[in-house]
Design a protein around this ligand. Structure first.
Ligand code: GDP
Ligand code: IMO
Ligand code: MG
Length: 434
């Protein structure tokens, strides 16, 4: 029985949602283990478009249980909005979804604190999604956070909420930030949210343990990407959670011994939203062409995504951090028109080739990417379902990525639809999917 983690190998938006939706046909449970509604996973099913933020992409498969585990931070208003949209589309979300009693709760004052931090003149703005994610995780680590279990206990909630709101108001006042919140009304609103969420709340770690014991298969869905991981990403230009594979264990309350495989999702090129270093960013018209062809605009904030070339040293780094068994290469079709495709195969700093990913931001900023240029295929690949039907240059490109990164390419995506996917016969990925 295989339990697998599917996560982003770059800076997010790799197409995880599409792949998780596709793979979840073979799983009983899909679990989100970190992040919150900063994620935006777009999934197309025929003409229907779904944008999942907090709810695992597995929700779109009838009969698949969706779990929001303890490592996720939940804005109940955003959650209920997302549920309402999906229910309107005919999905029985209240039946399919379970929510951890240990997940932490986001409040509007978390967004106020975030806005303040982003606006400080003596600090570089991270370019966050302004969803209150970071400040909520701060409260979690600071041991003053409010969990779903606390939210669902009226007495405990009242006392914790009052203290937390006071803390935040003090901070806002100290920094001269307007505080327009009616704390009593907010408390009542959250008490109302608690009643609506309560039937879905449980100990999801226990739920997963029992399910796995009973032979049910679990897919752990990463949000963001490894380069946005709080420990392993381009700090401080990262999100505030453990997006890497290790986060699945702490974030879902599941033992490492229960995980059978890790699948990294990567674009055939690379994008990033928000600030921070980006060694292979393309500022020319070609970068603009990729943004247009790949429709590279954020699903959450609508911001244009910065575009660049496939970065082998970065992928080698995220492969070490996550132990990828297999890679999914998405958006191959976006490169269809290019005559030549540069791939970064090395990093130079001060004219010297370096090994690994530097920790210091200013060093990452100064990286000079060393490129090898591969021939493009200039053929339409959308709709291809067999590897042998891809143009030779496209197969050569994939072989090059596998050889350079040291990880097999087990799956190739050539369009947003479920059926625009090639699963490589005989690959580890095919075996993990069972
Ligand atoms: P996620 O956050 O990793 O789930 O990725 P996003 O959903 O934010 O961004 C990926 C976008 O690319 C979505 O709009 C997908 O529908 C789309 N997409 C996924 N795979 C492919 C592909 O192979 N080709 C093309 N053209 N689009 C894709
Ligand atoms: P999915 O799951 C791309 C980025 C933000 C910002 C940084 C911190 O769709 O891949 P945060 O609001 O999390 O504190 O912002 O992280 N970021 C993402 N970038 N895809 C995402 O999610 C992201 N979630 C956060 O742009 O740079
Ligand atoms: Mg996304």
């Amino acid at each position: 029985m295989s339990n697998i983690i599917v996560l982003g190998a770059q800076w997010g938006d790799e197409g995880k949602g599409k792949m998780v939706d596709l793979f979840s046909e073979r799983f009983d449970i899909v679990t989100r283990y970190q992040g919150g509604h900063n994620a935006g996973h777009t999934v197309y099913i025929g003409e229907q478009k779904f944008v999942l933020k907090l709810i695992p992409s597995g929700i779109l498969r009838p009969g698949v249980q969706a779990v929001i585990a303890n490592g996720v931070v939940i804005d109940p208003a955003a959650l209920l909005d997302e549920i309402a949209t999906l229910e309107k589309a005919g999905l029985p979300v209240f039946d399919q979804l379970r929510i951890s009693d240990r997940a932490h709760v986001i409040f509007p004052f978390h967004r106020i604190v975030e806005k303040m931090s982003e606006a400080r003149t003596d600090r570089t703005a991270i370019g966050t999604t302004s969803r209150g994610i970071g400040p909520c995780y701060e409260d979690k680590i600071g041991r003053r956070g409010i969990r779903i279990a606390d939210l669902c206990d009226r007495e405990i909630f009242r006392s914790l909420f009052t203290a937390l709101a006071e803390d935040k108001k003090t901070v806002a006042d100290a920094f001269g930030i307007p505080w327009e919140l009616d704390v009593a009304a907010l408390r009542e609103q959250y008490e109302g949210f608690a009643e609506r969420i309560r039937p879905m709340v449980c100990d999801t770690s226990l739920l997963l343990a029992k399910a796995m014991k009973g032979g049910r298969r679990v897919l752990f869905e990463g949000a963001q990407g490894t380069m946005l991981d709080i420990d392993h990403g381009t700090y401080p230009f990262v999100t505030s959670s453990s997006a890497a594979a290790g986060g699945a264990c702490t974030g879902a309350g599941v033992a490492p011994t229960k995980i059978n495989g890790v699948i990294g999702v990567s674009k055939a090129y690379i994008t990033r939203v928000g600030g921070g270093p980006f060694p292979t960013e393309d500022h020319t018209a070609v970068g603009e062409q990729i943004r247009k062809a790949g429709k590279e605009f954020g699903a959450v904030t609508g911001r244009p995504r910065r575009c660049g070339w496939f970065d082998v040293p970065l992928l080698q780094y995220t492969a070490i951090v996550n132990g990828f068994d297999s890679l999914v290469i998405t958006k191959m079709d976006v490169l269809d028109e290019l005559a030549e495709i540069p791939v970064c195969v090395g990093y130079k700093v001060n004219g010297q080739l370096i090994e690994g990913m530097p920790a210091a931001n200013d060093v990452v900023e100064r990286i000079e990417a060393v490129y090898e240029t591969l021939p493009g295929w200039q053929t339409v690949t959308r709709g291809t379902t067999r590897l042998e039907d891809l143009p030779a240059a496209a197969r050569n490109y994939l072989d090059f990525l596998a050889a350079q990164t040291g990880v097999e390419v087990g799956c190739v995506s050539v369009g947003p639809e479920r059926n625009e996917t090639i699963i490589v016969p005989g690959s580890k990925l095919e075996k993990l999917l069972g």
